[in-house]
Write a protein that binds this ligand. Structure first.
Ligand code: BDR
Ligand code: CA
Length: 309
């Protein structure tokens, strides 16, 4: 049985790889792509989603533009990691796919309300669209089968010492989502920092001499240089497809279930995902938190899917 998903993203180099994985993996039925402000403005992330889908000939998936800023805070982007366009590096032709006329939040609500409760949400950017949809139409919440999100960290953050970018950008939205009562898998930095696009990964993509695989390799080369410049990493951690992979094969993650709270008022710690590993706060566990990735299976899944274009 295929997993029905909606990918809510802010492309973004790694979001682009998540789109390619979700749109062509035989076990996934990608119902829609909704975009959000995050790595760049929502205008740019939306354009990037349209470009990826045009280049890869993904024409059966509606793409709808969502929220242009966090619920309460000013927009914050990541040009140091993703460039001014949000997807710098490869030359990408102009998109030839039309944007869906619905607002991303409206599309989320419509698809969930009309579903049988069998849709999994896969957010790979700030959680603004998901939280806004839950607030606007609370009847969607029991319709959400599960949420598999890239965000947060058990330990160190990447935008501050305490917080990861997606959660730090809109912590109030994250708090709404983590408190929603539906099954959540959190794919944190501890997992995604294992998904390194090594030279071997890009070589496997290049060896195919196929346009989509070459595009993916070009994305990863730019991403690697950004991660080298900003963090001194030897290769780029390809965060977002890990949240898709966790649906296709839940055993690809090792995970523990625990309570996760979101820090919204900290001086140094805003956006921290407070993971109660030892059950200290006495709250009902709300999240399955990944801590390790089967790296070889992950890359086989991602590369084989990209080579199928
Ligand atoms: C997350 O932030 C963005 O830069 C990436 O696309 C990913 O979703 C990693 O912290
Ligand atoms: Ca992202």
């Amino acid at each position: 049985m295929k997993h029905k998903i909606i990918l809510d993203c802010d492309p973004g180099h790694d979001d682009a790889i998540a789109i390619l994985l979700a749109a062509h993996h035989p076990d996934i039925d990608l119902l829609a792509i909704t975009t959000v402000a995050g790595n760049q403005s929502v205008e740019k992330t939306t354009r990037n989603a349209l470009k990826v889908c045009s280049l890869a000939n993904i024409r059966h998936v509606p793409i709808a533009k969502g929220m242009d800023r966090p619920l309460l805070r000013p927009a914050r982007h990541a040009p140091d990691i993703h460039g001014e366009s949000g997807m710098d590096g490869p030359h990408i032709p102009e998109p030839d796919i039309e944007l869906d006329s619905r607002h991303g939040v409206d599309l989320l609500i419509e698809l969930l309300l009309n579903s049988n409760g069998d849709i999994t949400l896969v957010p790979t950017g700030p959680l603004t669209n998901i939280a806004a949809a839950m607030r606007r139409e609370p009847a969607i919440v029991p319709k959400i089968a599960a949420i598999s999100l890239m965000g947060g960290a058990i330990g160190l953050g990447n935008v501050t010492p305490a917080a990861e970018f997606n959660i730090h950008t809109d912590p109030e939205a994250a708090e709404i989502v983590f408190d929603c009562g539906r099954p959540i898998t959190m794919v944190p930095l501890e997992v995604t920092h294992q998904a390194l696009a090594t030279g071997e990964v890009t070589a496997r993509l290049r060896a195919a001499h196929r346009p989509v695989a070459s595009f993916a390799a070009d994305l990863l080369v730019f991403f690697a240089s950004a991660y080298h410049n900003v963090f001194g990493f030897p290769a780029a951690p390809v965060h977002d497809p890990c949240a898709v992979a966790a649906i296709i094969d839940p055993t690809i993650l090792r995970a523990h279930t625990m309570h996760v709270a979101i820090e919204t008022t900290g001086h140094w710690t805003t956006g921290r995902t407070v993971c109660d590993v030892y059950g200290k706060v006495g709250k009902q566990p709300n999240t399955r938190v990944g801590y390790a990735l089967d790296v070889n299976r992950f890359w086989d899944m991602v590369i084989n899917t990209i080579l199928s274009y």
